[in-house]
Write a protein that binds this ligand. Structure first.
Ligand code: XIL
Length: 332
């Protein structure tokens, strides 16, 4: 790795993090991680399918490794995620072969499973995980009530959110509890997430922070909309984190390059700069910014939404700094 360039974390007035798996804690990747970042998010290792594949059978090998590595190297940890509609095993929503319904008994069963899961994970890492993405992607702005029709919502209504946050607070009163979602920089989604957070907090549900995933591309959404989102939630008095930033080199869901033109990588660098200009201006409302990956050799965008070359991060496949790195590091 290059040692003649400034550590990225020293160039920003908030905690800078990266989502990682075990591979990013080994060899040169580990050197890049500890040099440039102050925090990690567990990419997949704490999701339900990874931690409780069968009821009551917990596996923590990967998560223990990541949290142990972080503790050893002075990195903060974001836990991701306690309740989500995706990467959740089928058994969670079933009683034997039968799908759970919205009956009182089924609802109680599901909430008990959720409470057990949350208590087990959050207690295990009490004092070691600084922030938890307690619920992930629960909002659907196209529904009149603003809620995604996940099994969680269909079976329990809003109660799974209340249960998850309360169980997390009870298990580790010191952890920052986050409601995490994507597209919060688009006006309708922003409003739906805002209304939900406001309602929950008015009820006393311990939602400490809003997580903005911020999976953006080189063109959209406009930086001014990102700024408006941070300003809007700051007025609500809720803390904020950027949790999953990356910048796709494609403005749409279909195009693909065989090699990404240098000119596009340069544009990506300027895009990072305009986004980090916003973060620096809004730093009072923003406690951390996390990139969804360490370097371009391992990014979910190479397979989502289609398989294609898509280098969205500040370091390339060889772990070398790209224009995107300088877009972050060099605010001048
Ligand atoms: C992604 C992981 O990076 C992939 O490895 C996995 O196959 C699918 O999930 N929003 C989220 C993350 O909250 O959990 C997702 O992570 C990316 C989108």
């Amino acid at each position: 790795i290059q040692t003649d360039i400034p550590p990225l974390k020293d160039t920003v007035p908030f905690t800078l993090g990266a989502a990682v798996e075990r591979a990013q804690t080994l060899g040169e990747h580990a050197r890049l991680l500890t040099r440039h970042y102050g925090s990690i998010t567990t990419g997949n290792s704490l999701k339900w399918d990874a931690t409780e594949p069968r009821e009551g059978e917990f596996t923590f090998t990967e998560a223990d490794h990541l949290v142990g590595y972080a503790t050893e190297h002075g990195l903060k940890v974001r836990g991701h995620t306690l309740a989500w509609h995706s990467q959740t095993p089928d058994w969670v929503f079933k009683d034997g072969d039968r799908d759970l319904s919205a009956s009182a008994a089924d609802k109680a069963l599901l909430l008990r499973r959720l409470e057990d899961h949350v208590r087990t994970l959050v207690t295990r890492y009490r004092g070691k995980i600084d922030s938890w993405d307690v619920v992930n992607e629960v909002v659907d702005e196209n529904r009149p009530d603003g809620m995604r029709r996940s099994p969680w919502f269909l079976i329990t209504g809003h109660d799974f959110i209340r249960t998850a946050f309360r169980a997390a607070r009870a298990a580790d009163p010191g952890a920052t509890l986050v409601l995490n979602d994507y597209n919060t920089e688009f006006p309708r989604k922003r409003k739906a997430v805002y209304d939900l957070v406001k309602k929950l907090r008015a009820e006393g549900v311990p939602v400490d922070a809003v997580g903005h995933q911020l999976h953006v591309n080189i063109e959209q959404p406009p930086a001014a909309e990102i700024e408006k989102t941070i300003e809007t939630f700051a007025r609500l008095g809720v803390r904020q984190q950027v949790t999953e930033l990356d910048v796709s080199v494609y403005p749409d869901f279909v195009s693909s390059y065989d090699t990404v033109p240098a000119e596009v990588l340069l544009r990506q660098g300027y895009r990072y700069k305009e986004i980090f200009d916003v973060f620096r201006r809004q730093a009072a409302g923003l406690s951390s910014v996390t990139l969804w990956g360490l370097a371009d050799d391992d990014t979910w965008l190479s397979s989502f939404p289609i398989t294609r070359l898509n280098p969205p991060l500040p370091f390339d496949d060889e772990l070398q700094a790209k224009p995107a790195y300088w877009g972050i590091a060099d605010p001048a």
